[in-house]
Design a protein around this ligand. Structure first.
Ligand code: ADP
Length: 188
């Protein structure tokens, strides 16, 4: 059985940071499509070549490519006893594909990490300066926020309609403060 948890939330909300910490605490793999796609780009695989320009613009990589990548990852031995999904699904079609692959109701719940938009943009601009991620310039950041609102936010109502509770956690504050809130939300 194990824990199957999904992280939702806008770019910059801290999903990657918190999901990494939580996966470690729970002993389940952290499956981040953003990390996997950036690795594919760095490795120069066919997938990476197809994804690179799309990611740079802040648009979504085509569903069939991402769904195949995630399905393969979920079939690995270490995902049998649970996983933490971060960055996937990013739209309703991907959520339906995940339901089809895992069986509807497989997810324990979805954790929605929220933060206000000014804070999100400020955090992403800082990350651009510190890490030099090529999809972190201001124009791309604004586009990623728009793509989130248009494509991903509908999942906040999709999941309750499909039997998966969405628990909202405030993503403002220090990394440790937010993590403590997540742990409390999981316990409660
Ligand atoms: P962030 O959390 O900052 O939005 P991610 O690391 O999750 O960034 O994703 C970076 C980029 O990778 C996205 O802007 C998108 O181009 C691509 N990507 C990641 N996950 C998906 C997905 N599930 N479907 C389509 N594209 C994706």
């Amino acid at each position: 059985m194990g824990r199957k948890i999904l992280f939702l939330g806008p770019p910059g909300a801290g999903k990657g940071t918190q999901a990494t910490m939580l996966a470690k605490a729970l002993g389940v793999p952290h499956i981040s499509t953003g990390v996997m796609l950036r690795q594919a780009v760095a490795d120069g695989t066919d997938l990476g070549k197809q994804a690179e320009a799309i990611m740079k613009a802040g648009d979504l990589v085509p569903d069939d490519l991402v769904v195949a990548m995630v399905a393969e990852r979920l079939s690995a031995d270490d995902a049998v006893c649970g996983y933490l999904l971060d960055g996937f699904p990013r739209n309703v079609a991907q959520a339906e594909a995940l339901d089809a692959a895992t069986g509807e109701g497989a997810l324990e719940f979805a954790l929605l990490l929220s933060a206000d938009e000014d804070e999100l943009v400020a955090r992403l601009l800082n990350r651009a300066r510190d890490e030099g991620r090529s999809d972190d310039n201001e124009e791309t950041i604004r586009n990623r926020q728009a793509v989130y609102q248009r494509e991903t936010e509908p999942l906040v109502s999709y999941y309750p309609e499909h039997g998966v509770e969405v628990v909202e956690v405030d993503g403002m504050g220090s990394i440790d403060e937010v993590f403590a809130r997540i742990v409390r939300a999981l316990a409660g």
